[in-house]
Design a protein around this ligand. Structure first.
Ligand SMILES: Nc1nc2c(c(=O)[nH]1)N[C@H]1C(S)=C(S)[C@@H](COP(=O)(O)O)O[C@H]1N2
Ligand SMILES: [Mo]
Length: 422
């Protein structure tokens, strides 16, 4: 009845997006976007800015987050902290731990490393096993440089395109970060628990509570065994060379490079390996795209989300206000399925495009930094970037709606005002 290959094939299937066009934004849409952020100043008007154009900033106190909030960050709810892209201009390839975005359902549970245990169990292993923290850090380790990105990153662009609000966090493009993660391959842990060849699904459970339909349960995610056994699927205890911070899952979290942020379970305490597919209520309802363009898959309420898509962001304030002059415009692009092959940038709302220079490193499942020169003259602009990965996945101009606003991968228009001198 259930075939592992079909299961994987359907999970790994590519998303079919609308074919992108090179036509650029309509003039109406161009003016609309500028009017929203700059308060209706006519295009080309060189009048001085009336009042301060303020960047997005903290709106709600992030009481479910422990680390101090870096300057200029955006908080959409008690458990969200969105990375400030303009701050990345002066950062290197990795996002420092203090600056990494956070998505917490509850305040991080406190952990006593001497009392903590990782339980590995289920009918997919022959010797259920408990590991202590010391045992984990004593095992052979690997380090993987990878992004983690919330599946809802870019949600606000669905809102803007379809003019419909969502209940979840209104992330712009800062629900992503790249770090070097160190830990133990999950395959090694499962082998030590006597992994059976008939194992199919792996459920990773955290210590924190989540809720759905008025029911409470521990936060968890399910991945197919084939994903769990990859070399870069690891149980992480260090982030950028430091002990994993509490907000990011201390003492241990998992990373599944390329997959939606939700899969990267934090505060892990239990791994269940099953010879049968595991469908939790959460997976059925929340790990899916629901909408008329996304036929639902067997046992699910929509189309299962696996990989993140291709996106790009400028390292600028939103909106940005610049002085006339020569700029090195910088940004980053990424893909959950591979590495970035090409980035095109438009300085005129999509009418003309130029290739950006890609900078090393350019790692798969992480991101690529890029830049273009810009001799900025006074006026109002919509800057766009469109990346293509090594498998040919690219960023369309529009993305069909889904009802939780997940996986927005369209080209984004970044509003910029350039002011004259004095
Ligand atoms: N236990 C647990 N794991 C979790 C979450 C959570 O709330 N609880 N949030 C998930 C979501 S939605 C995202 S986007 C990432 C965020 O990881 P970060 O906060 O380290 O950036 O963690 C995932 N893992
Ligand atoms: Mo998330």
């Amino acid at each position: 009845m259930f075939d592992q290959d079909d299961y994987l094939r359907s999970r790994l299937q590519e998303y079919i997006w609308d074919k992108s066009t090179d036509s650029g934004l309509s003039r109406k849409r161009f003016l609309q976007i500028l009017a929203t952020v700059f308060g209706g100043t006519a295009l080309g008007s060189l009048a001085p800015v009336r009042g301060e154009v303020k960047a997005d900033t903290i709106k709600i106190k992030p009481t479910k987050i422990i680390k101090p909030v870096p300057p200029g960050y955006i908080s959409h709810s008690q458990g969200t902290l969105e990375m400030n892209w303009s701050a990345m201009y002066k950062k290197g390839y990795l996002v420092p731990n203090d600056w990494f975005y956070v998505h917490n359902r509850s305040k991080p549970p406190t952990f006593d490393p001497s009392a903590w245990r990782l339980q590995i169990e289920g009918n997919g292993v022959s010797q259920p096993k408990q590991f202590t923290y010391d045992e984990i850090i004593g095992m052979p380790s690997v380090s993987v440089t990878s992004a983690i990105e919330c599946a809802a990153n870019g949600r606000i662009f669905f809102e803007e395109a379809y003019n419909k609000p969502f209940s979840g966090a209104r992330w712009r493009l800062g629900a992503i970060g790249v770090a070097e993660w160190t830990g133990v391959p999950i395959s090694l842990l499962l082998e030590r628990a006597g992994l059976k060849s008939t194992a199919r699904d792996v459920l990773i459970e955290g210590a924190d509570l989540d809720s759905l339909d008025a029911k409470q349960f521990k936060y968890s995610y399910v991945v197919p065994i084939a994903k769990a056994l990859l070399d870069n699927s690891i149980l992480v205890y260090a982030m950028n060379g430091e002990a994993l911070p509490l907000d990011h899952g201390s003492p241990c979290r998992v990373i599944f490079p390329g997959w939606a942020g939700n899969a990267n379970v934090k505060w892990v305490e239990r791994i269940e390996v099953s010879t049968m597919p595991i469908y939790t209520e959460w997976i059925k309802k929340q790990a899916v795209l629901i909408g008329s363009n996304y036929p639902s898959e067997p046992s699910l309420e929509g189309k299962l989300i696996t990989y993140q898509n291709v996106k790009s962001a400028f390292e600028l304030e939103w909106p940005a206000v610049l002085r006339t002059g020569a700029y090195l415009l910088r940004g980053r692009s990424w893909s959950g399925k591979g590495k970035i092959a090409r980035v095109e940038v438009s300085l005129d709302g999509g009418r003309t495009w130029q290739l950006a220079r890609l900078r090393e490193p350019n790692l798969p499942f992480a991101w690529t930094r890029w830049d273009v020169d810009w001799d900025a003259m006074p006026g109002e602009y919509l800057l766009q970037a469109r990346a293509t990965d090594n498998l040919g996945n690219t960023q369309p101009d529009s993305v069909p709606w889904n009802n939780m606003g997940l996986l927005y991968g369209g080209v984004v228009s970044h509003p910029v005002r350039v002011q004259g001198e004095g």
